[in-house]
Every structure is written in C-alpha cells, then in structure tokens.
Design a protein. Sequence first.
Length: 491
Amino acid sequence: MINKKMFVNGQWTEALSGKTRDIINPFNRESIARVSEGDREDAKGAVKAARQAFDAGVWPYTPGSERGELIHALGRLIERDRQELAELETLDTGKTIEESRWDMDAVAGIFKYYAGLADKNHGEAIESPLPETSSRVVREPVGVCAQISPWNYPLLQASWKMAPALAAGCTIVMKPSSITPLTTIKVTELAEEAGFLPGVVNLVLGPGSSPGAELAESLEVDLVSFTGGIETGRKIMQAASKNIKKIALELGGKNPNIIFADADFDLALDSVLCGALFHAGQICSAGARVLVQDKIHDRFVQALQARMERIRLGSGLDPETEMGPLISREHLAKVEEYVRIARDEGALLRCGGERPSSPKLQDGFFYLPTLFTGCENRMRIVQEEVFGPVITVERFQSEEEVLTRANSTVTGLSAGFWTRDPDRIHRLSRGLRFGTVWVNDFNIYFAQAPWGGYKQSGLGRELGRAGFEEYTEQKHIYQNHDPRAANWFGA
Ligand code: NAD
C-alpha cells in the first residue's frame, strides 16, 4: 500500500485534520494507496505558501532562461520515470497501459514545449501617437494560480496547467481529482527533485467541495484554472467572482464525427472507434456522436458493430486489453441511466447496453461497448455528454443538414469530418462552431496548438502560445521623455 501526503511550502504534510482517503483501482476495487485528505484549512496553507513565494519575487524574477531549464529538467525526469508513471495512471484510472504511456510521452512533451517558451516572453513596442514619448507592452505573471484537474486524464490535464503557469513565472497550488491523485503526487515529487524552491509548486488533496471550493473562493488566488464538468464550472465562476479572479475553464463537450459517403471508408471507421472509445469513452473530446451519410450508412453501421463486438475488456495492465473499466460505481450508474434514457427515447440498441457477463470482470466497473442507431437530434443521448463507451449513429442526407445538426449542441469543444471534397473541407471547417475541427482525423492534440471550447465548453485556451498567455497579465508602460505643463487647472 502506497502512503502519500500533500506538498506545502516545500514540505510533505499530512492533512491538518489527520484524515486520509483510500484510492481504489477501478479494475478490481482494491485499495492501491492511502493519501492525505485535505480540507479548506489545508488549501489556505498552500495558498499562503504560494502567495509568499510569488510576492517575495522568488520565482517571477528568476530569469526566464533559468525557469525554462528547471521546467525542462522536470520534463526529463518524467521521461526517466515514464513507465512507473504510466503504471500508476493505469492503476488509478483503469485505462490501458498503452494509453497511459502515450499520455506520459505527451506530458513530458508539454513540459519541454513550455520550457522553451519561458524565455520568449518578448512583449511589444507600440508606436505612441504623442511626440517624445515611448510606449511598450510587457507580459507579467498573473500571480498565484489554483489548478483544479479531473479524473479522466489526471496528469495530462494537470500538465497543461502546471507547465505554462511555471514558465510564465506564476506560483501554483494544484488540486487533482480526489479519486485519481497518484500521478500528480508523483510529478510533485519530481518537481522537488528537479529543485523548484519551496512555495513555487504546492499540492493539496481532497474533494472539490472543501479544498477545491476554498481555492476558487480565496481572495489570495489571482487565477483559477479548472478542467471538469459544466456544472462544477458554473460553481467555479460564481466562487471566483468574489475577488474577480481570472478564470480559465475547460469543460465538457458533445463532439460530432461526420462521415461523408466519399470518405475513405476503412480509415473513417477506424477513426470513429479511436475517436469515441479511448479510455472507455471517458474523454472530453470523445466523438461519441457519429453522423453517417445515407448512401453508406447501413454498411458503415454493420462494420462498426462488428468491430465493437470484438473489443477485449480487461485489466489495463494486460497488454491484450483494448478497453478498461469505468472510473467508479457512481459513474457506471450514470452511463447505465443514459442507456435507459436512449432506449426510452426510441434509439435502436445494436450491441452492448449492459455490463459484461464474464466472471473475470465482475469486480470492476465494466460496461460493454454500446452502439445505438436510429438516433435523432432531439434525443438527450445525442445532445448530452455520456462519458462512457456509448456511440450514437444518426443518418443524414446533405451537408447543410448535417452542419445545422452538428452545431445544435450547447457545447462546442471539438468536431471532425471525413471527406475527399476540397470545397466541402473549406466550407465545413469554417462552419463548425467548435474550438478544434479535425479534417480526416480525430482526437489529435499537441503542445504547439491551442485547445479549448466554444459555447459552454469553456473559457480561454490551454496549450500553444495561448496557453502560456493565459498565465500572464499585459502591462502598458508609457514614458514621457519631454514632459511639459498642460496648465489646465488654476495656472
Ligand atoms: P468534476 O467537475 O466533477 O471535477 C473536476 C475537479 O473539480 C475535481 O478535482 C473536483 O474535485 C473539483 N471540484 C468539484 N467541485 C468543486 C467545487 N465546488 N469547487 C472547486 N473544485 C471542485 O469533473 P470530473 O468528473 O472529474 O471530470 C469529468 C469532466 O471533465 C467531464 O465533463 C469532461 O468533459 C471534463 N473534461 C474536460 C476537458 C477539456 O479539455 N475541456 C478535459 C478533461 C475532462
């Protein structure tokens, strides 16, 4: 059994209340670790440490090149411990080891990318309209940043926040999901090994309702960056309004994957499976809403069903496994409820729709890959995020019709489409109201390009230069080189 604590001002500390929480492996419900369970007071302590480190200038005034070197060193340590980190992520989330290794490579890449940006914060010279004056704009670190991350991609989501904030010169308090904290704890250990000074990187553990809410409300926090569900995002916005702190929100989505009749059939089919079923569909950008043009609809659905029925469920640590369990009993119940709703709404169940019967899978939170056809725009299963291995298929005739339907959701995180027609590619990539549009691919993101949502999928952007700028404030510095009296008042 692994025992882990929180990290505040350079010290590994237990919760002030002494409380702990057992971390459960969703594959077999066994406890894999016991971690400190913080509450509001622990979060206050971590914020105080981050505030002191920021206000004393320890980190913000460290030259960007030195900050970059440390962040790069952290990236290299992540590469060194890639396998250990990947195993921890698989034990904690249930996802396959292959997916976890991919995540860890991406995480190391994020740190290296932002290490490279740390000394490229150039600012801008402005041509002042006033004679004998100069004007420039600099970007300064925003201050103390609270970073609240979800359970589905625990370290990947945390790294999208940690790396740019540290590169910009901010000090941070991270709060991972209370059910999947292990890799974020491990990366905090690596940050200590890399040599970050006390107070720059802090970690609090515990539920959203206490340390999380404290971070969002705190008057001492300058920015809260949150990834999670839309309902929690609303609460964060309300809490952050106390001191008008900056907010960055990465929320859920309902992501269409549109297959036109002229697409490469086999590649599009493969993209639908990868797009919708990574981490058993528990991915914000899951292309779980598939729209197939009438001409190829029946053949496509048949081929999709055949592949879904062959998916091997099991332990994420077994290299033969293609799909692991869902994260928890509560989440499994939510997915089951959506399947019930879909049947009531009139969707046609083609496969899955229940827990697997294999005795080997009875201890875990498994659900069979599930395919619905005959789906319509009005259905909740089509409009709302299910976050499970459930694909809905809608039939469409024309490009105009499918564009209107795809844009009809209240969220706008990501969308993809498959076609060979260059004019259609141009029209649709502009017409789709989503933060990311993939053409002849799906579920691709990398450090260099921005990520974020239109509509209710969020506020602000992570990744790319935009992800760095989120953690900066712009300051205009104006100087008069030949000041003269205006004599407007009482001269
Ligand atoms: P969640 O909203 O339940 O929790 C996310 C985090 O917020 C956790 O750390 C939790 O402890 C904390 N939290 C909960 N209540 C809080 C409160 N009142 N104040 C402060 N913090 C609070 O989300 P989840 O179930 O962990 O994650 C799944 C959701 O995340 C899905 O909706 C998914 O689409 C979304 N997501 C979005 C992206 C993206 O890039 N847009 C990426 C991954 C996940």
